[in-house]
Design a protein around this ligand. Sequence first.
Ligand SMILES: NC(=O)c1ccc[n+]([C@@H]2O[C@H](COP(=O)([O-])OP(=O)(O)OC[C@H]3O[C@@H](n4cnc5c(N)ncnc54)[C@H](OP(=O)(O)O)[C@@H]3O)[C@@H](O)[C@H]2O)c1
Length: 345
Amino acid sequence: MLPSSLPTPRLRDPDSVPVLRWGIVGPGWIAERFVKSLRENTRQQIVAVASRSRERAADFARTWSIPGAFGDVQEMLALDRLDAVYVATPHNHHYPDALKVIEAGKHVLIEKPLALNAREAADLGERARARNLLCMEAMWCDFLPKYDVLSQLLADGALGDVHSLIADHGEHFTIDHRIFNPDLAGGPMLDLGSYLVGLSVKVAGKPKKVIAIGQPAPGGRVNGQTSMLFEHGNGMHAVLNTTLFSNTPCAATIAGRDATLVLPGPFYNPGPFTLTASDGSRTLTFEDPKNRYDQLYHEAIHFAWCVGEGLRESPIRPLQATLDTLSTMDEVRRQIGVRFNEERD
Ligand SMILES: NC(=O)c1ccc[n+]([C@@H]2O[C@H](COP(=O)([O-])OP(=O)(O)OC[C@H]3O[C@@H](n4cnc5c(N)ncnc54)[C@H](OP(=O)(O)O)[C@@H]3O)[C@@H](O)[C@H]2O)c1
């Protein structure tokens, strides 16, 4: 049943969590936004950055006033005064980089997807557990106030039986972007599809049936677009498309018998959504400024809170959610014939 008003987001005060000393691996596009968001919204300390090039690390460190700059991850990990590391390298570097971090005894926050496939992700999870470390996927949307309200609505059954999820994520990239590079696990699935499959798993759990079709990008070196049809255990159908060919609305609609929730594009970013009763009698609107990457800090605050509480599994993004998402994407890739270099014998 539609509630009288929307639930309030359960926000954690950034000043209420332990201040971690962070290192960063991969000073690229998202790392820059992560640092900016942490600097503007939290007291978290970014103490070191590691790149494949000492000069690039030093440039990044200068720009963001970070005290330590390293041309090698292992050198950075030798620091005593380091609590956690944010891995922001391309997808196929997540596993080897995170492995080094775990072996050095540091907590690790890994950009999405946590690893190339469920096998790698499970291995990282087990190794982190064995060393009593937190290993969490930086699926930033899951930590946004907007997704928290969405989670509360789903848990409260506000939509009634959820029968359909329809979502797309298409983005235009220039040909020089790493997404076209087969040696960096290119194609839309891991970059854009993670949000689609992650939402489907969040709403209805791991799908029991997966049907997928794919089409190569020009030149045929990576997948260009993939369409997915899932049947979930609760009967929900998910109809999902991700493409590199052009920009699409990136919207998501979650339809239940009692109400329909519409997330305008980009559905995984901060922004408003509406919940409308099926008889059209009422609409509730969640208002949220569309301030995109400013809200990256929520994932870091949650991570620091988990560390402070001694949690080695995030209650918001537990390893199982990551594994369910990745194993579903593994099946999609199996059906469309996409294997990454690291998966070949
Ligand atoms: N949360 C989000 O909204 C969001 C948005 C975009 C991307 N992401 C995720 O973040 C990760 C990084 O994406 P990005 O767009 O930030 O990538 P990017 O701009 O290419 O940065 C990745 C960095 O990784 C380092 N790197 C290490 N090995 C590399 C290699 N073999 N080739 C290229 N770079 C290498 C590079 O730094 P050095 O050359 O200095 O070593 C590079 O700057 C991806 O997993 C992606 O899915 C998340």
